[in-house]
Design a protein around this ligand. Structure first.
Ligand code: MN
Length: 230
């Protein structure tokens, strides 16, 4: 028999499950991939995804949760809130908080080839305005990833002026951080750490960047873009 209390309990349970599965609220948890580990082949091989998600990303999550125990100030903060004040914490919070945020965002930026849809008319119009064409966006984005010395990320962001821009960050930094040189709302990212491509592409980062585009989840990018404009 369903009474008001059980409905309330169910609602609370569902809310808790939703919070836990987003992975961006505490306690931080490794979000499941939105596809099978071999679904990105041949552009991104299964072993790379196994290690990158199961070991690297899990490591950032574990280390971030460990930091929460030593920084009571972090308790209850969402990951986005931590990013906005990251300069007030230590290097471990910056590296592992960014590591968790960036990887979660990266996995959701991809879909199996042929399943990610196409850029929306609104997004294409903004891309043409900012870069001239989709081809030119890809060229500039790849260039940003290629010239990021050492480890880091290339991003497509919506600036505070609501324009599209490309930026690259070092290590696990991102454009949401208060320390970022170029700030904005990310809508697409690629990981250019060697662990993202080395098993298949070895030192050929340019080749990885050129071959990565069929994996872009444009449906997700479209929705992030629309949200960023609100
Ligand atoms: Mn990575």
């Amino acid at each position: 028999m369903i009474n008001k209390l059980s409905v309330l309990a169910l609602a609370l349970f569902c809310a808790t499950v939703v919070m836990a599965t987003t992975g961006l609220a505490q306690p931080f948890a490794l979000p499941a991939l939105p596809y099978a580990n071999d679904a990105l082949e041949p552009y991104m091989d299964k072993l790379t995804v196994d290690i990158h998600h199961g070991l690297h990303h899990q490591g950032y999550v574990n280390n971030l949760n460990a930091q929460v125990k030593t920084f009571p100030k972090l308790e209850g903060m969402t990951l986005e809130a931590i990013m906005a004040k990251v300069s007030t914490f230590n290097a471990a919070v910056r590296g592992n908080g960014g590591g968790h945020y960036n990887h979660d965002f990266f996995w959701k930026s991809m879909a199996p080839a042929g399943k990610g849809g196409e850029p929306s008319a609104e997004l294409i119009s903004a891309i043409n305005y900012a870069f001239g064409s989709l081809g030119e966006l890809k060229k500039q984005f790849n260039q940003a990833g290629l010239t990021r010395l050492g480890s880091g990320w290339a991003w497509l962001i919506v600036t505070p002026e609501k324009k599209l821009a490309i930026t690259a960050t070092a290590n696990q930094d991102n454009p949401l951080m208060d320390i970022a040189e170029v700030k904005g709302t990310p809508i697409l990212v690629v990981d250019v750490w060697e662990h993202a491509y080395y098993l298949s592409y070895q030192n050929r980062r340019a080749s990885f960047l050129n071959q990565w585009w069929p994996l872009v989840n444009w449906n997700e990018v479209n929705s992030r873009f629309a949200k960023a404009l609100r």
